[in-house]
Design a protein. Structure first.
Length: 323
């Protein structure tokens, strides 16, 4: 919290918290209080919640598809959220010109969240038409919907103005810079609730690694397990995209790092992925704030720079296993 374009001493950071908690009666400088309490502290909390949510969603989706290279985008939530956000930026902003400030502030996030959930529901319904939503069919439906939403979003981007194009580009790169106490509270409840639900599916995900039929023989209701993972995984990713834009590769990379350390048992994997995802995203945001001072990099660029080479390493590693 003390690091950034305007550096703050550790003792001053502690003084701000002591004053806010009523431990110290001496008030710190007002500009330091505003910087720490209203800007950097909510931003760090947002990084914790978002990093935790993306990593837990990635761990659960990889367990569902029994594929360590799977990503939450495979269930369609990312493509749907992106399409909804692009449509709102291009044609929705003018419709809300006279709306209250609070409505305008959250409108893009709400639209993106609903778009992500709608595309996920469509993926699940399409897959359900074929033998009760088999995992392989879910994968194919997710790829198809993601491709379609990307194409439609490209159509709207083509007709966007330069200002709208800048907004779309900034949103697709992701940033925690707009975080405040209201947005943190909006994210906190669904992240905590859905994370707990996914943790409770750990036993079922462990059994699913043996195969769907084997899991059913062990007493796991695979269809219910699949529905819970898809719904709550979509909620985690959707609410994060809605608040901070698109941040890639965390859901892919973080569970892998945990597996390298402790294996694939989901009770540990889900919790450890959440902690590590929070740490990595907060540190990535710190780098984003200080690398090009006084400006800041979109955090999605840094996560892609980390995740891209790691993904390439995984591909090479899996290739050598079959040589």
């Amino acid at each position: 919290m003390g690091i950034g374009t305007y550096s703050v001493r550790v003792v001053d950071v502690l003084h701000v918290f002591a004053h806010k908690l009523g431990i110290s009666s001496e008030a710190p400088e007002s500009n330091i209080v505003y910087l720490i309490w209203n800007i950097r502290f909510p931003r760090i909390l947002m990084g914790i919640f978002v990093g935790c949510a993306l990593a837990i969603s990635g761990a659960a989706v990889q367990g569902l598809f029994r594929n360590p290279l799977a990503d939450p985008s495979l269930i369609g939530v990312t493509g749907g959220a992106m399409l909804a956000a692009v449509i709102f930026i291009v044609i929705g902003g003018s419709l809300l010109a006279g709306a209250p400030v609070m409505v305008q502030y959250f409108a893009l996030g709400i639209f993106a969240f609903l778009g992500g959930l709608a595309s996920t529901f469509l993926v699940y319904r399409l897959a359900s038409l074929n033998q009760g939503a088999q995992t392989s069919t879910l994968l194919l439906a997710g790829v198809a919907i993601t491709s379609i939403t990307g194409a439609v979003a490209g159509f709207f981007i083509y007709f966007s103005t330069e200002e709208q194009l800048r907004d779309i580009t900034f949103w697709t790169m992701g940033s925690l810079s707009g975080s405040n106490w209201m947005s943190v509270l909006v994210v906190a409840f669904p992240v905590l609730f859905s994370s707990v639900i996914l943790y409770k599916q750990a036993r079922g995900l462990d059994a699913l690694l043996l195969g769907e039929e084997e899991a059913e023989f062990l007493g796991i209701e695979v269809r219910k397990l699949r529905s819970r993972v898809i719904i709550h995984g979509a909620v985690l990713v959707g609410v994060c995209i809605a608040m901070v834009g698109m941040i890639g590769f965390l859901g892919l990379v973080i569970p892998h790092l945990v597996r390298l350390y402790k294996g694939a048992k989901h009770h540990f994997l889900i919790i450890a992925s959440g902690f590590l995802g929070a740490i990595v995203l907060v540190l990535a945001d710190l780098l984003a704030r200080i690398v090009v001072q006084p400006a800041e990099l979109p955090i999605g660029i840094l996560t892609a720079l980390i995740g891209g080479p790691f993904f390439f390493y995984l591909l090479l590693k899996s290739k050598h296993q079959y040589l």
